[in-house]
Design a protein around this ligand. Structure first.
Ligand SMILES: Cc1cc2nc3c(=O)[nH]c(=O)nc-3n(C[C@H](O)[C@H](O)[C@H](O)COP(=O)(O)O)c2cc1C
Length: 207
């Protein structure tokens, strides 16, 4: 297992020390041709499986398909056109789905949070294997729910493209190519970390 090689790293100007697996993760729109094996996928799902969740209800569900399969085409079919334009580069597509209800039928207000934790675990596991994941909100949520026969109490929150880092930038639609190489940006900590009352700032940065 290894972190991706330097040629697939993006400039990530961290302000404090963090683990390389977190620092070096980013969301590409091009992927290497290297196949993602079933064993690789099982490791990703296993990492997600061990995420924390409210009451250990584990409200997450994952639908997946490898390129060339019917499942892949069905997932591709529920993405918005913008995402279809680049997600076709991904050897694997997934949907992240959660059950909106607790086992006793009440609203589970933490289910989306828990699916997020699943995805974050999966992303870091993937990073340790040289695999990138790129999450997407741009999909037809209702169509996806029906397409994969989930009950109405479920919500298809995200689609996820996955594949080994190292794709060709030229495979990405032209207007998005610059982003494959651009420096990553984040808000400064003092915009969202408070050792006391929330303080609204007038001078918040753009990203
Ligand atoms: C929940 C979620 C939804 C996203 N939706 C999309 C999307 O529909 N299309 C897309 O190209 N990127 C999408 N992204 C990727 C973000 O734009 C990306 O994570 C963000 O710009 C930070 O970049 P980084 O992941 O490379 O650090 C999404 C990411 C998340 C976590």
């Amino acid at each position: 297992m290894s972190d991706p090689k330097t040629d697939v790293l993006k400039k990530t100007p961290t302000d404090h020390e963090i683990h390389d697996l977190i620092k070096n993760r980013w969301s590409p729109r091009a992927f290497a041709d290297t196949p993602v094996s079933d064993t690789d996928l099982q490791s990703l799902f296993e990492a997600g499986r061990w995420a924390a969740s409210s009451n250990n209800w584990q409200p997450w569900n994952i639908v997946w398909g490898k390129k060339g399969s019917e499942a892949y085409d069905r997932i591709m079919n529920v993405l918005v056109e913008f995402n279809q334009g680049w997600a076709k580069n991904a050897p694997v597509l997934m949907l992240g789905v959660f059950d909106k209800k607790t086992p006793d039928g009440k609203d589970n207000f933490h289910a989306l949070h828990d699916l997020g934790q699943f995805s974050a675990n999966m992303a870091i596991q993937a990073q340790s294997m040289g695999i990138a994941i790129h999450q997407m909100a741009g999909l037809d949520h209702e169509k996806a729910l029906k397409e994969f026969k989930f009950p109405d109490t479920y919500h298809v929150a995200t689609a996820i493209a996955a594949g080994y880092y190292g794709g060709e930038v030229s495979d990405v639609p032209e207007d998005l190519q610059k982003e494959e190489k651009s420096e990553r940006k984040r808000k400064k900590q003092d915009e969202f970390v408070f050792n006391g009352d929330y303080v609204q700032r007038a001078d918040v940065s753009e990203s």
